[in-house]
Design a protein around this ligand. Sequence first.
Ligand code: NDP
Length: 329
Amino acid sequence: MSAFRAVRIDRDAAGGQQVAFGTLTDDELMEGDVTVRVERSTVNYKDGLAITGKAPVVRRFPMVPGVDGVGIVEASDSDLFAVGDRVFINGWGIGETHLGAWAERARWSSDWLLPLPSSFSADEAMAIGTAGYTAMRAVLALERHDIHPAAGPVLVTGASGGLGSIAVALLADLGYHVVASTGRPEQADYLKGLGAKEIIDRAELSAPGKMLAKERWIGAIDAVGGQTLANVLSMIRYDGAVASCGNAGGLDLPASVAPFILRGVTLYGIDSVYVPKAIRLIAWDRLDRDLDRKKLADATKHIAFTDVIDAAREIVEGKVRGRLVVEIG
Ligand code: NDP
């Protein structure tokens, strides 16, 4: 029984939660047929919610946060993976109901793991992470709706964040005219570097608006939700579509049915956590093909394991740009 370092979220006597670096032992790992030495993880918005307790993300205590991980198989009872294989994971409830990746060791189900393709380094897989693979799934939803680059401009909200940055880069390289909405005008050059053609102030979208407003974009990838999503829907062109991915601005949706019934607008919901493996593989194949690795590197910062708790607090304050890769082992 060996001990290893982990970020622990424990419940305190008052029913609140305590977050600190601590240790876990192999005996405390949860069920699973593959034990992994974790090399890298990431900081996603959901990890920030788990650390701050701002939303009831953590359903079991103690919890190790970290919804993305990559590492080397140390022990396996599965035919799918052998000792020494490099594997990665996104979602499946890790960091929520099952111990996550902010630990030097993890035990997960082989059903949740994917072999790391040789075309991705461990760092790149995590730079993409849940946020990037969700962005890809949103792009695929717009493509299935037949929104092609010549159809008109496409909006990305929360553009400077992780999901937004990768959505901007993907859409731009696929030839779309990308409009990036941000609350951080100082990130305009960064977003243009990723391929955005226009930058708008997110304040244009955050106040209560009309049920139907002037038609502006044929499609949108939304990381914000709330009033922003309601306004975006009211501004989508006839027969356009929105891929709803996030709630950085709120979980509510104070919208009307007018865009749906008068303009034929479609709202797609994008989940990443419980997506079947076959669909994940399609998204990762497209990321391999379509995501510019130089842009990915420009959108990524590496942080030490010891800095991960502070970074998680910063992401819910909207202070993180692009993606954070956490160097664990
Ligand atoms: P980030 O914090 O990196 O990005 C969110 C961005 O939204 C911020 O950078 C900021 O961009 C903008 N933002 C933050 N707060 C507000 C606010 N109050 N009002 C308007 N805009 C705001 O997070 P991620 O990219 O990791 O995740 C984005 C969202 O997508 C989160 O809600 C997350 O939970 C969700 N998500 C959902 C997934 C799924 O399975 N559906 C998977 C992954 C993420 P700017 O400064 O440019 O305005």
